[in-house]
Write a protein that binds this ligand. Sequence first.
Ligand code: NAD
Length: 348
Amino acid sequence: MAKLGMGVLGVGEMGRRHAENLRRQVPDAELVAIADSDIARARKIASELGVRHALGNLDDMLDRKDIHAIVIATPDRFHAQCIRAAAAAGKDILCEKPLALTLEDAASALRVVAQKAVRLQIGFMRRYDPAYVLAMQRVEAGEIGDPVVFKSVGRDKEEPPLACYQAGFNGMLFYNNTIHDFDLARWLMRDEVIETHSYTTVAIRPEIAQYGDVVASVVNLKYRNGAIGNIESYVQAIYGYDVRTEILGSKGAVFVGTLRQMPAVFLNANGSSRPLADHFLTRFADAYLLELKDFVETMGADRPPRVTGQDGLRALEIAVAAEQSHLEQAPRKVLQRTVEVDIFAANG
Ligand SMILES: NC(=O)c1ccc[n+]([C@@H]2O[C@H](COP(=O)([O-])OP(=O)(O)OC[C@H]3O[C@@H](n4cnc5c(N)ncnc54)[C@H](O)[C@@H]3O)[C@@H](O)[C@H]2O)c1
């Protein structure tokens, strides 16, 4: 089978990992080019990874006939426009979360994907994490009975630099961080969220309020079939990268996640210590690789992506309702839009 010619757009922290994985660990793909608006960065990463072409923009990548699929890892604000351009050029797409920052932008991107009949997968990589996959298998097997309560915690370690908020390239907490949990909330519960009620704070960093962002949030959820949920997000936990999820059901429960980096204990005269998970690139290293491998296999086998554009839209709708609830300090219904989704999206 011929290798799938691919390009990675945006080689910052996340895109670099995707490029590295493609170059070294996905034998069925050939990473033809990487592109970044910072061409010096594109050249540096291309040289480090031995990629033949370093480009300064998406258009140059789209012109290449030897590139059939593109990974979009630019900041959030550019996702929808890059999807539209890549789809219009007939390329298949793996786009980092979130799908877009507004519902209008999401809908217009999905429309082009549908019109051009390309495939779009959204980078909800937790769905590939072995522990989450096992949890889902147990839920699907009916082991916990009917789901009653969903609970998720997502805490990043380091305080984001103020420059990140000032640049405004990424969405606020709900779009950039909690969106992973909004996706898990649908996927693991096999149900749709119909209402959100957000509580937020800037207590320890009031200066970020002017950028429309928050330091921490708690979002309560109501589900269509009667279940309830709760998601906590926090951007500066200091002690580590802490992602955990629980599902409580009528017959039992599933807990996913641990603070431990690895099953090792170090002992000395001061006592003992256990290395804690400190970054998403280490905690979800397997998941990032497995999602890419699955994307490449999906293209080769001509089947629908496992995480669709519609999944990206549904998570975005929850984020939009959560932000409205935060702004209005009242519960908000989640409004599901009907958009022409791509012909490959029907797998759910
Ligand atoms: N799935 C995950 O767990 C996960 C984790 C981290 C980041 N992300 C997502 O990945 C994306 C990138 O995040 P990051 O942390 O790597 O950001 P980053 O700032 O480290 O990197 C972004 C890169 O994109 C380049 N860029 C900016 N605008 C561009 C454009 N229009 N065209 C081409 N290149 C452009 C920048 O020069 C930079 O090199 C974001 O959407 C983020 O939400 C996902």
